[in-house]
Design a protein around this ligand. Structure first.
Ligand SMILES: O=C(CO)[C@H](O)[C@H](O)COP(=O)(O)O
Length: 231
């Protein structure tokens, strides 16, 4: 028996929450891409009437290819529902995001959404965040000073590279991937990092997810809501 495509399963379940008339936030990454494809299929097959706002240029390009109408914050106020992936999810549904480099736009969209659904496979569920290095988006001019201050908070920070050049985000910034090990107090760490001048944002998403949909290799799906991981 083929193992289930867990990312696709979680994504397709999340897309069932979308209804006509909604403004939908589109996440970034391989799991979010499955959701965008499924939204495109519903637009084509059911004439689903939605507008969408994307968290990265690549998600926007994919959505446009699939004839999903795209808007910007000039056109809308609140987003009804955002569907996005994550790199880690803890038991309080705090997240590490930004493995795909889109953390800033993802957080702008998440914080302006009435509801954030996170879609993951079981490998992303952890007791405590921190095994996955925390992405921090940094203004290039401030890179060296920010790196030093981040390391004073107890991590090793490495500049994300792509094709032998620093990786540049959709916003023209760099990313420092910060290995803290187990993060004991994620909300405090989030605030301490945000307080460093030259940091644009970091990939800790504290109490932003309302629902996490996790899919398992046996094809089952579990929903976790707000404070506790219970069905
Ligand atoms: O935060 C993200 C992009 O910035 C992604 O949601 C996260 O990296 C998960 O990616 P994938 O679905 O490919 O495992």
């Amino acid at each position: 028996m083929q193992p289930a495509n867990t990312k696709q399963l979680a994504a397709e379940r999340a897309v069932t929450y979308i209804q006509d008339g909604m403004i939908v936030g589109l996440g970034t990454g391989s799991t979010a891409a499955y959701a965008i494809k499924q939204i495109g299929a519903r637009v084509a097959e059911e004439n689903l009437q939605i507008t969408a706002i994307a968290t990265s240029q690549r998600s926007e390009d994919l959505a446009r290819e699939l004839n999903i109408p795209i808007v910007s914050f000039e056109d809308i106020d609140k987003i009804d529902l955002t569907i996005d992936g994550a790199d880690e999810v803890d038991e309080q549904l705090n997240l590490i995001k930004g493995g795909g480099g889109a953390l800033l736009r993802e957080k702008v969209v998440a914080t302006n959404s009435r509801e954030l659904i996170i879609i993951v496979d079981e490998t992303k569920l952890v007791k405590r965040l921190g095994k996955f290095p925390l992405p921090v988006e940094v203004v290039p001019f401030a890179l060296a000073v920010v790196k030093r201050q981040l390391e004073q908070l107890g991590c090793t920070a490495s500049l994300r590279m792509q094709n032998n050049e620093p990786y540049v985000t959709d916003n023209g910034n760099y990313i420092l991937d910060c290995s803290f090990g187990e993060i004991q107090l994620p909300a405090q760490l989030h605030d301490a990092i945000k307080a460093i001048t030259g940091v644009v944002d970091n990939g800790l998403f504290i109490q932003l997810a309302k629902t996490v949909i996790s899919a398992y290799n046996d094809g089952s799906i579990q929903l976790f809501t707000n404070d506790k991981r219970s069905v």
